[in-house]
Design a binder for this molecule. Structure first.
Ligand code: FES
Length: 104
């Protein structure tokens, strides 16, 4: 699965998303500046990204933990803000655009 990641300076990177990785791991392992200081346990919000509306809709509701963390995150968007560590691989995500949110 290939995705387009948009860095905080607007640079676009084409990345390969492996099946055994979360979106956060893919971003981090490709040297995008995603701190992921909690290691992917939905407790730091440094993996905050913006997804396009149809992609966010496909993921369904945020978990309670995710919603709570994101509500306080810098640049929160009701539609599109997600914790990338909570997004598992799905072939349906091929070609999606993922934008890094500001550092909190
Ligand atoms: Fe900490 Fe996602 S890595 S919330």
């Amino acid at each position: 699965t290939t995705i387009i990641a948009v860095d905080r300076d607007g640079t676009r990177h084409s990345l390969v998303w492996d099946e055994d990785q979360t979106l956060m791991e893919t971003l981090r392992d490709n040297d995008l500046p995603v701190l992921a200081s909690c290691g992917g346990t939905a407790s730091c919000a440094t993996c905050h990204v913006y997804l396009e509306e149809p992609v966010a809709a496909r993921l369904g509701e945020r978990s309670a933990d995710e919603a709570e963390l994101l509500a306080d995150a810098e640049g929160f968007r009701e539609c599109g803000s997600r914790l990338s560590c909570q997004i598992g691989h799905d072939a349906a995500h091929d070609g999606i655009l993922v934008e890094l949110a500001p550092e909190g």
